[in-house]
Design a protein around this ligand. Structure first.
Ligand code: IPM
Ligand code: MG
Length: 357
C-alpha cells in the first residue's frame, strides 16, 4: 500500500531523529511491500524563522491531507523570549487542536535489558514497569481562558483549568477501551480534593465506568500519583488524566523507565490520522552533533503503523528490532548508565535497528 506521511522535523535534534525514523519506515516499506510518500512541512522555531509564524497554514492543510504525521521536536533558546502566541510550542498545540487530537497515548515500559539504567531501587525495578498513560490533549489549562489583569496586589496573570462532561467522557472511553486490551485496570488521576474541574472529572469517569463493568477504576490524587510512580510503579496499568497532569507525570514515567529518549507517543482524534512524536523535547544542547537517541521517534513511527495505518506486523517488527539492539547491549549516551560500552551515535543506533528489521 501507499501512504502519505507528513513530516514535521522541527528544531534542535528534531531533523536527526525524524531522518532516523524515515529510514526505518523505508526499510519496512521495502521488506513488506509498502511505499511511504514523505512531505516535510515547517513547524516550530524553523517555521518562525522562515515565515514569521510557528504553524503556517500550509502545514496544517498538508498534515490534514496526509494519512498520518510524524513530528520530531520543537523549540529552543533562540525563540524563548517570544510572546506566548508566537512561541514554537504553539505549533504543537495548534496541530493538536486543528486535527482534533484529544487523546495522547504514552506507553512507558521498562526494558529488561535496561533494568540497570532504572534509577529506582533494584527491588522496585525488579517488579517491572509497563504502563500506558492516556493524557487528555486538547482541553484543560492548556486551552482555557488566560490573560493578565490588574489585581489587588498589582499586575497578575491567570490560566484556567476547565473541562466539559463531553471532553471527560470521550477520554475516559479511550482509557476503558485500552484497559480491555490489557489488564482491565484504570487509574484515574485528578486533584479532586481541591479542584472543581477534578470533581467533575471523577464523577464523569465513574459514570462512564458503568458501561465497563469488566474494568476496575481507581481514583488517585495527582500528588500521590507522582509519589507512587517512584515508590511502586508496577501497580499501574492504564492511567487516565488531564492535559497538565499527563504532561508532568509522563515525563516522570519516562525517567523511571531509564530515559526520556526511549518513549514514543501517539496523539489521536476520532479519525485515523494521528500525530506521532517522541515525548522528549528538542535538546538544543546536543542538536546537530549526531548524539541524540533516535529510539523514541522510531518507536513513534511503530505506533503510527499500528494506530493510523493498521500495519500491526510491521509495527511489531520495529519494536522487536529495538528490543533486540537493547538486549544486545547497544546504547546511546543517554542510556549508558554505569555501563562502559562506547555510546553509539544517532545514525549508528539507527543502522543497528535497520539491520535487525
Ligand atoms: C509534551 C510537551 C508539550 C506539552 C510542549 C512542548 C507544548 O511537553 O508533548 O509533553 O506540554 O504538551
Ligand atoms: Mg511534556
Amino acid at each position: 500500500m501507499n501512504f502519505k506521511i507528513g513530516l514535521l522535523k522541527g528544531d534542535g535534534i528534531g531533523p536527526e531523529i525524524v531522518d532516523s525514523a524515515v529510514s526505518v519506515l523505508n526499510k519496512i516499506g521495502e521488506k513488506y511491500g509498502h511505499s511511504f510518500d514523505f512531505t516535510a512541512y515547517l513547524a516550530g522555531g524553523c517555521a518562525i524563522d522562515a515565515t514569521g509564524e510557528p504553524l503556517p497554514k500550509e502545514t496544517v492543510e498538508g498534515c490534514r491531507a496526509s494519512d498520518s504525521v510524524l513530528l520530531g521536536a520543537v523549540g529552543g533558546p533562540k525563540w524563548d523570549t517570544l510572546p506566548g502566541h508566537l512561541r514554537p510550542e504553539r505549533a504543537l498545540l495548534g496541530m493538536r487542536s486543528a486535527l482534533g487530537l484529544y487523546t495522547n497515548i504514552r506507553p512507558a515500559k521498562l526494558y529488561d535489558s535496561l533494568r540497570a539504567e532504572c534509577p529506582l531501587r533494584a527491588d522496585i525495578a525488579g517488579r517491572g514497569i509497563d504502563l500506558v498513560m492516556i493524557r487528555e490533549l486538547t482541553g484543560g489549562i492548556y486551552f482555557g481562558e488566560r490573560g493578565r489583569r490588574e489585581g489587588k496586589m498589582g499586575q497578575e496573570a491567570y490560566d484556567t483549568e476547565c473541562y466539559s462532561v463531553a471532553e471527560i467522557e470521550r477520554i475516559a472511553r479511550v482509557a476503558f477501551n485500552t484497559a480491555r486490551k490489557r489488564s482491565r485496570r484504570v487509574t484515574s488521576i485528578d486533584k479532586a480534593n481541591i479542584l472543581e474541574s477534578s470533581r467533575l472529572w471523577r464523577e464523569v469517569v465513574h459514570k462512564v465506568a458503568e458501561e465497563y463493568p469488566d474494568v476496575t477504576v481507581t481514583d488517585m490524587l495527582v500528588d500521590n500519583a507522582a509519589m507512587q510512580l517512584v515508590k511502586n510503579p508496577s501497580q499501574f496499568d492504564v492511567i487516565v488524566t488531564s492535559n497538565i497532569f499527563g504532561d508532568i507525570l509522563s515525563d516522570e514515567a519516562s525517567q523511571v523507565t531509564g530515559s526520556i529518549g526511549l518513549l514514543p507517543s501517539a496523539s489521536l482524534g476520532d479519525g485515523k490520522c494521528g500525530l506521532y512524536e517522541p515525548i522528549h523535547g528538542s535538546a538544543p544542547d546536543i542538536a546537530g552533533q549526531n548524539r541524540a537517541n533516535p529510539i523514541a521517534t522510531i518507536l513513534s513511527a511503530a505506533m503510527m503503523l499500528r494506530y493510523s495505518l493498521d500495519l500491526m506486523t510491521e509495527a511489531d517488527a520495529i519494536e522487536a528490532a529495538v528490543d533486540r539492539v537493547l538486549r544486545e547491549g547497544f546504547r546511546t549516551a543517554d542510556i549508558l548508565g554505569s555501563s562502559d560500552v562506547k555510546p553509539l551515535s544517532c545514525t549508528e543506533m539507527t543502522e543497528k535497528i535497520l539491520e535487525r528489521i
